[in-house]
Design a protein around this ligand. Structure first.
Ligand SMILES: [Zn+2]
Length: 240
């Protein structure tokens, strides 16, 4: 019995020391396999969750209750977001398929390419004031710049990096890709390596084999631009 425990302990030690490229395969990075995720109410990659809990505790001391509105998101959920937006933009807003896709990728990713699949990304609000519950849409830039989450944003500007969290889509006019998202942070100690592993995959084939709405309007040129400007269009400190 004792030796069995020892074997388990050694195996656990080996597993925790494996480098990330051994722990993560493409199915993890695309949100198809969630074996890299821990937690039930807050679902994140384990080191991200530990760091988040520390940051949450520190913010509470300053009267801010950081609440994750979106952490890990799986492939199916991202597909649903994409398809719903595509249907809305083409049927309701009467946009052409190409325009609809351009509109979707202002804020949303092609399924399988969301950093939320990795469990290292968090979209956050401040839940210390219950007024946020009356808001129809909480993730709007003005709420962080000059609104109910300004105190949170200011606190994050000063403190988030000492816990490993960096804004992913920074407000820099030279940055291409997704728009500025003052609510979206990345746990850098893990996500830099995961982006590196992801970029070493054939992302074109991933997109070409994904069956989302409007897929027939996605060209090879679009995919090249999407990889160089959107997948790589993050805060430069988060690049491998
Ligand atoms: Zn996000």
């Amino acid at each position: 019995m004792k030796s069995l425990k020892l074997v388990i302990l050694v195996l656990l030690l080996i597993y925790s020391n494996m480098n990330l490229s051994q722990k993560y395969d493409l199915k993890n990075l695309m949100g198809i396999d969630d074996s890299h995720i821990v937690g039930d109410t807050i679902m994140l990659e384990q080191n991200t969750l530990i760091a988040f809990n520390k940051m949450h505790e520190a913010a509470l001391e300053d009267g801010i209750d950081i609440k994750i509105v979106s952490g890990f998101r799986d492939f199916k959920r991202q597909m649903l977001i994409w398809d719903n937006k595509y249907k809305k933009y083409t049927a309701e807003y009467k946009l052409s398929p190409t325009k609809a896709i351009e509109e979707i990728i202002r804020f949303s990713t092609v399924p399988g390419t969301s950093r939320h699949h990795w469990g290292t990304e968090i979209d956050i609000i401040d839940a210390s004031d219950e007024k946020y519950k009356d808001e129809e849409d909480v993730l709007l830039t003005e709420k962080y710049e000059n609104g109910i989450f300004t105190k949170l944003k200011k606190w994050m500007d000063v403190n988030s990096e000492r816990f490993g969290f960096y804004l992913t889509y920074v407000n820099d006019k030279n940055r291409k890709g997704f728009e500025y998202e003052p609510w979206h942070y990345s746990y850098k100690p893990v996500s830099v390596e995961l982006l590196n592993i992801f970029l070493n995959n054939d992302i074109s084939s991933i997109i070409l084999t994904t069956k989302m709405e409007g897929k027939e309007f996605i060209s090879k040129d679009f995919i090249q631009k999407y990889i160089s400007e959107f997948v790589k269009g993050v805060n430069p400190v988060l690049l491998p």
